[in-house]
Design a protein around this ligand. Structure first.
Ligand code: NAP
Length: 370
């Protein structure tokens, strides 16, 4: 039985990965070793075939006894541990949620419904580093990948609405704390002045944005009752790094020789889970809406076209509907008034499932079959 070390299993991505592995009975297929920076030495959860104790995630000695390491611990961990392990002569398979190694020439970005054959060939060829893609990129390709595969897209913009949990467990909790802060302030104002009008409530809430006790250590700014149109660091070309990833990663996953330009603005919003995206696509030729819809519907078994109808859209094209599921609804599909080759679309996907944990567990299963 292969020895699989899992690091970062109690974080946002890691917890969802554990849930999926449990529900798909994956633990019975491997001997699992759980690693942690903060819980080393404690009893491990009682999964099938799981080593009794939690091991130290910084221990090269223990890590290098694994056949496969799957990490959801983050980029700093990868940058620290991956080179040390490889320098120690470790030749196992490294599967990673972090972006640190994604653009390395000898690393494959994994999203098997789109590039499954390339993953298999790479495993056969002895490639050792398999990295999950950026969450919005993976979710975009799950929904619209077929349009790229059919070489229909001249360029695309993607405007994102990204959930708080995309920034990690602590950030998601901070959003809840911010909501509580506003909730408490609203209740106390209502108790002291039951006749206050909406504008008075709004002014009180707005004042709380700059309250010295307002919880904002993780995001640095209010996200509740607001939004944050910047994610990650600034790149030399003025994009944020999250925006930069869209073009480079999507083209790498699609193995495009000719780069399809993709750009847009990435925005953090106060949803808990699920990333939503609004797309404008310039198509290379005129394609009917029926053809676009059937290509999207045919893409894979998780993608679903939502009719461009108010009720269906508000019911099915929202984080509230998609959260915790593998569904990738794509809707608002219509020709734009800009011209016949300009297509509008909107999609929602659970960034912790298809945007992170699911491609990792699926490449783990593919690696086990090798
Ligand atoms: N979140 C997403 O939607 C998403 C999507 C795609 C890719 N990614 C990437 O995946 C990697 C992991 O992201 P993540 O969002 O899962 O990070 P996270 O929730 O911050 O967890 C990372 C680690 O933080 C530690 N931790 C500290 N306080 C914690 C708390 N209160 N609850 C849980 N864990 C806590 C845990 O390590 P110890 O057990 O060692 O203490 C955990 O494994 C990152 O590189 C990220 O960029 C994330």
């Amino acid at each position: 039985m292969h020895k699989v070390g899992i690091v970062g299993w109690r974080g946002m991505v890691g917890s969802v990965l554990m849930e999926r592995m449990l529900s798909e009975n994956d633990f019975s297929k491997v001997k699992t070793y759980l690693f942690s920076t903060s819980l080393k030495g404690e009893n491990a959860p009682k999964y099938d075939n799981c080593h009794e104790y939690i091991l130290d995630s910084d221990s090269i000695e223990h890590l290098r006894t694994m056949d496969i390491i799957l990490t959801c611990q983050g980029g700093d961990y990868t940058k620290d541990i991956h080179p040390k392990l490889r320098q120690s002569g470790w030749e196992g398979i490294w599967i990673d949620a972090a972006s640190a190694l994604r653009m390395n020439e000898d690393a494959v970005i994994v999203l098997d419904p789109i590039n499954g054959k390339h993953i298999e060939k790479s495993l056969d060829a002895g490639i050792k580093d398999f990295i999950g893609g950026n969450c919005t990129v993976s979710l975009m390709l799950m929904g619209l990948g077929k349009l790229f595969e059919e070489d229909l897209v001249e360029w695309m913009t993607s405007m994102t609405y990204q959930a708080a949990s995309g920034a990690g467990a602590k950030n998601m909790i901070e959003l809840l704390e911010q909501m509580k802060f506003f909730g408490d302030a609203y209740l106390s104002q209502r108790q002291s002045n039951s006749a206050a009008n909406a504008l008075e409530f709004e002014k009180n809430m707005t004042e709380n944005f700059s309250h010295p006790k307002f919880p904002k250590e993780c995001f640095g700014h209010p996200l509740a009752l607001s939004l944050l149109p910047w994610i990650d660091i600034k790149m030399p070309n003025e994009q944020s790094k999250e925006e930069w990833k869209a073009q480079v990663e999507a083209n790498k996953i699609l193995q495009n020789k000719e780069i399809v330009p993709i750009d847009g603005t990435c925005v953090r919003v106060a949803s808990l889970r699920c990333h939503s995206q609004a797309f404008t696509l310039k198509l290379k030729k005129s394609v009917s809406i029926e053809r676009v819809e059937s290509l999207i519907n045919e893409s894979n078994s998780w993608t679903e076209v939502i009719a461009n109808d108010k009720e269906e859209t508000l019911q099915k094209l929202t984080p509230a509907y998609v959260t915790g599921t593998m569904k990738i609804p794509v809707g608002r599909i219509r020709k734009m008034t800009l011209g016949d080759q300009y297509l509008n679309a909107f999609s929602v996907g659970d960034q912790l499932l298809w945007g992170a944990a699911e491609p990792l567990r699926r490449v783990l299963l593919m690696a086990l079959k090798q």
